[in-house]
Design a protein around this ligand. Structure first.
Ligand code: NAD
Length: 314
């Protein structure tokens, strides 16, 4: 570490004054929110560390800081925007802020589960349109007839930092929890009060499927047409992981045909979600704009860890 380091914050994200102060104790801090690769390349020249939330840190961006760059920090948990293979080839460190926003994302996953089960989004829309519970005909629209979580089955695809916290909350609802995570032993899963299951069994038995895996070559499209086809017509899918983990075309088709009961989505393969997205047309979907980690507590933690990891690398 030296006082001549240059830390490039290659996005527009929240950093506490204390985190910025920590970075300044090892050198200079430069904000580079530019999205275009060429502009970003010019800004990272001379960088010791690059921190990025969504901006793609490609091999060309890394090479633009060749000779000075020691590593890259993912502001947050997901690091699919960083070309890790290229970083490894160049012997650069890659760090993320593991666990920093797990509580926030777990609570959002449960929020989405509760929302789609009780139609709070539909109720809100009706009441704002002056319609109380229905269109004034007096009939309770079936869309407002909810379902209870108590004693239902929750299927978790991936049980790391976030999945473990969802398990803890779901136990409060007396839910049965099935877990598909090939990197965890059945003992570890059982110790958390859940049960290890194959992906097909989980998809077929769960009333709620919640995704908590990183996006990688292995998990891209993990929940495809075949997996969705196994779900019960009364089941819901919740995705707070990454959009591309799900085959969105297959999901849209299942939702449109009411092959499944609904979905709660915080993440999409293209973000921001395009205005022409078919998800916007469906009532059996609750949508949030990638707010999983967006709590005061999580932002402070991500900010602190980003600064600490940058200093460790520098
Ligand atoms: P984590 O690394 O602690 O846990 C991920 C788990 O997924 C691990 O237990 C791993 O064994 C498992 N896994 C990996 N590949 C798998 C596969 N092919 N099948 C099944 N399981 C697999 O990560 P985490 O903190 O729990 O976060 C999970 C993901 O959530 C992140 O990678 C990120 O993409 C996403 N995330 C989203 C938001 C948001 O704002 N919506 C915020 C934070 C994280």
């Amino acid at each position: 570490m030296s006082g001549t380091c240059r830390v490039v914050l290659a996005d527009r994200f929240f950093m506490t004054p204390a985190a910025i102060q920590l970075l300044k104790s090892v050198g200079t801090v430069v904000w580079a929110p530019e999205k275009a690769e060429k502009t970003l390349m010019a800004k990272v020249r001379g960088a010791t560390v690059i921190a990025a939330e969504y901006n793609h840190i490609t091999k060309d961006v890394m090479d633009a800081a060749k000779g000075t760059l020691k590593g890259i920090v993912a502001y947050g948990v997901g690091y699919n925007h960083i070309d890790v293979a290229a970083a490894t080839e160049r012997r650069l460190y890659v760090a993320n802020c593991k666990g920093s926003n797990a509580e926030a994302v777990a609570e959002l996953a449960v929020t989405l589960i509760l929302n789609i089960s009780r139609g709070t989004h539909t109720g809100d829309r009706l009441i704002r349109n002056g319609k109380w519970r229905s269109d004034q005909s007096g009939d309770l629209p079936s869309i407002l007839k909810g379902r209870e979580l108590a004693r239902k089955t929750l299927g978790l695809v991936g049980m790391g930092e976030i999945g473990r916290r969802v398990t803890r909350i779901a136990k409060g609802f007396e839910m049965k929890i099935l877990v598909y995570d090939p990197y965890l032993s059945a003992e570890i899963v059982n110790e958390s009060g859940a049960e290890a299951a194959s992906l097909p069994r989980l998809m077929a038995e769960a009333d709620y499927v919640s995704l908590h895996v990183p996006l990688s070559a292995d998990t891209k499209g993990l929940i495809g047409e075949a997996e969705i086809a196994l779900m019960k017509p009364t089941a819901y899918l919740v995705n707070t992981a990454r959009g591309a983990v799900v085959d969105e075309k297959a999901l849209l088709d299942a939702l449109r045909r009411k092959r499944i009961a609904g979905a709660g989505l915080d993440v999409f393969s293209v973000e921001p979600l395009p205005a022409r997205s078919q998800f916007l047309k469906l009532n059996n979907v609750v949508l949030t704009p990638h707010i999983g980690g967006l709590t005061q507590e999580a932002l402070e933690e991500v900010s602190r860890m980003t600064a600490e990891e940058s200093v460790r690398i520098a």
